[in-house]
Design a protein around this ligand. Sequence first.
Ligand SMILES: [Fe+2]
Ligand SMILES: [Fe+2]
Length: 242
Amino acid sequence: MVLPVNAYCLLGSEPTLVDTGMSPDTEGFRAALWNLVDPADLRWIVVTHDDRDHTGSLRAILDEAPQATVVTHFVSMAKIGEDGPLPLDRLRLVKPGDRLEIGDDVLDVFRPPLYDSPGTLAFHAQRRGMCFSSDCLGAFLPGSVDLAASSEDVPAAEYDAGVAVFASANSPWMHDVAPDRWQAGVADLRRRGITTLLSTHGLPVDRGLDRLYGTAAGLQTGPAFEAPGQEFVDAMLVMSGG
Ligand SMILES: [Fe+2]
Ligand SMILES: [Fe+2]
């Protein structure tokens, strides 16, 4: 199984980057980004949460894109700031219920029903219909999957299993949420009228959204992720000849 780490770039009148990838990939990440948009034109850098797999190129992009403003939650700002403060004059703090105008679209800001950082926010682009859900409903994928595919190209049972394992591993608290609260969170996601769900992990989901919401409704009562112990390392050492 593999876990893709996604970032997205909206090429509108105010080009907007959603998340910034992992630091070991920063050279290739920025080369790909600047192939899509001129650094001088990048206007917004949306950071869905502070985890390192989504903030790897943030500082470098801020240096290279002088017009770009970071959009994030207070808690994410504070946690990212542990490595040094973000420039205050390039910050736009948002919270659930806010709306952000990005030129030719509007981002509705909300707290998704699954997350692994208290700073997590999701962003629903109203005109495009796309929702950047952060880690919510991301998925482990079979190693053979074409990462340019969409979720419908993966057998449903395999995709759903990847969603379930990722949700339980990344948000283990979900198994402790009151069932009615859990279902209300899934219903809130469903009622937003999203046309494409874009998680920071997994593949784009559009035609399969209804099924995905059904999968989400059952996640809470599904099996809890069992983390491997030292036997995992021991097995890896044997496999690597160590
Ligand atoms: Fe995360
Ligand atoms: Fe993540």
